[in-house]
Design a protein around this ligand. Structure first.
Ligand code: UD1
Length: 431
């Protein structure tokens, strides 16, 4: 277990480049399985989730290779021409939720698949019934047995698919499955997240015929094959959101580069209530906060374009130091609150019942030794550590590496006092 060691109280100043979106890259990597040709994904951060998806592709018989690039991001070549296998075993699937996204693409390409139940952050039950119902509506035979999904798409046919809930992953799975289904498939009640649009754009750049992503109806006209492409994923709205929240807490002319303001509209509306200063330029946002933030009032997580559940945990850090009470309601994942127990160790004042939390902002919170519970909960603890009085040690930060690449280096370049302690080193003498 690596740890972050943070000496709180520094201001963040300067420019930070937001990386391509993890939640775009993962379905796009699953989409590569459909393509009998070479693909170049540009400027890919080595999020650990991305590396796990590469392992899955290699297991199936494809190749993945990182080349060029700067010290963090590199171009990634994916070649699935020689795809041999059609199974994703538990030891690979258990690391990432996105392993389930390969179900649609393996079926599209090989017509048969055996994919283990997925892993991912422990934030709720996370069933896959909507994925499986979608497969069945497209004519696939599905058997759910011993932790594996066995599916047969030899009778795959274009169809209308009605999702009972706009699940991001299920929408992505159906889009990939529909690519090779003869005729026209329509996905009703799809997720509308920007990453869905990005997957459509990626698949279309390979020759797919998909329209409507981002709206209430996605239409897929089946094609016979896909060809290679060069593609760059959209910027990561959750990483951008995390830095924006950091800016509202302790920013001093913090400038985010490579951001799409429209993807973070809900967050920006809430941040504008905190008395921070926001300025917008093309693909940049400048944020600074010269005094203690005001409470943002309330947030309630919802599917896009509502407030993103992935930014719920970071908002706790902001609420914990804001002037006044804040209300935070989580509607998507039933146990996405494991950061709260850790924040209490830092002196935060939080009460919670049935997914509804009230945070009383404190003038001061204090450094403590805390445990990273999941990816975004970990980001929350980093933000809290940045403003806490004294030292904060966050253990188990490998979970943060799943979706933030070199977060500690980016923050240190902005003036934060943060170091990664490899598990073998002692915390003493870090500074
Ligand atoms: C994706 C994101 C994740 C984000 C989430 C919601 C990726 C890799 N991950 O996850 O960061 O937090 O969207 O924005 O893109 N559900 C079911 N049955 C299903 C599928 C989902 O009940 O078959 C439920 C889930 O338990 C959850 C809700 O639907 O309560 C939303 O899940 P979903 O949109 O599928 O999230 P993911 O695709 O797993």
């Amino acid at each position: 277990m690596d740890s972050f060691y943070i000496n709180g109280g520094q201001h963040l100043k300067g420019e930070v480049e937001i990386d391509p979106a993890k939640n775009s890259l993962l379905p796009i990597l699953a989409g590569c399985i459909l393509v009998n040709d070479e693909i170049l994904l540009e400027n890919v951060p080595k999020y650990s989730d991305v590396l796990f998806m590469c392992k899955i592709i290699e297991h199936l018989g494809g190749t993945t290779k990182f080349v060029n690039g700067n010290f963090t991001n590199q171009d990634l070549y994916i070649d699935c021409r020689d795809l041999i296998y059609s199974d994703v075993p538990n030891e690979l699937a258990c690391h990432v939720r996105s392993s389930i996204f390969t179900l649609g693409s393996i079926l599209g390409r090989k017509k048969i698949a055996k994919v283990s139940y997925p892993g991912g952050c422990d934030i709720g039950l996370r069933p896959i019934d909507i994925h499986l119902n979608g497969l069945k509506q497209m004519g696939c035979k599905v058997v759910d047995k011993n932790g594996y999904i066995y599916a047969d798409a030899s009778k795959l046919k274009a169809n209308d698919v009605m999702l009972s809930f706009p699940s991001v992953g299920a929408t992505e799975n159906m889009m990939m499955l529909g690519v090779f289904a003869e005729g026209e498939s329509r996905i009703f009640n799809p997720a509308k997240e920007p990453e869905i649009v990005d997957l459509q754009n990626f698949l279309n750049s390979c020759g797919a015929k998909i329209t409507g992503a981002g709206s209430n109806l996605i239409i897929i006209k089946g094609v016979k094959s896909l060809h290679g492409t060069k593609y760059k994923a959209i910027s990561d709205r959750i990483e951008a959101g995390t830095f924006l929240i950091a800016g509202a807490m302790c920013g001093e002319e913090l400038i985010l580069k490579n951001v799409n303001k429209s993807h973070n509209q809900e967050l920006l509306t809430k941040l504008s209530k905190t008395a921070c200063n926001l300025k917008y330029f093309d693909d940049k946002i400048m944020i600074s906060s010269s005094k203690r933030p005001q409470s943002f009032g309330e947030i309630e997580t919802a599917v896009y374009p509502g407030f993103p559940t992935d930014l719920q945990a970071p908002m706790f850090a902001l609420a914990s130091i804001s002037d006044g009470y804040s209300l935070i309601i989580e509607n998507l994942f039933e146990s996405r609150f494991k950061h709260i127990g850790e924040l209490l160790k830092m002196g935060c004042d939080i009460r919670c019942k049935n997914g509804v939390c009230i945070v009383k902002g404190k003038e001061k919170i204090y450094g403590a030794e805390v445990f990273c519970p999941d990816l975004r909960g970990g980001a929350c603890l980093v933000l809290a550590g940045l403003v806490a009085e004294g030292y904060t040690t966050i253990n188990n930060v490998e979970l943060i590496d799943r979706g933030y690449y070199h977060l500690e280096d980016k923050l240190a370049l902005l003036g934060a006092s943060i170091k990664r302690i490899k598990c073998e080193k002692k915390v003493d003498n870090c500074f």
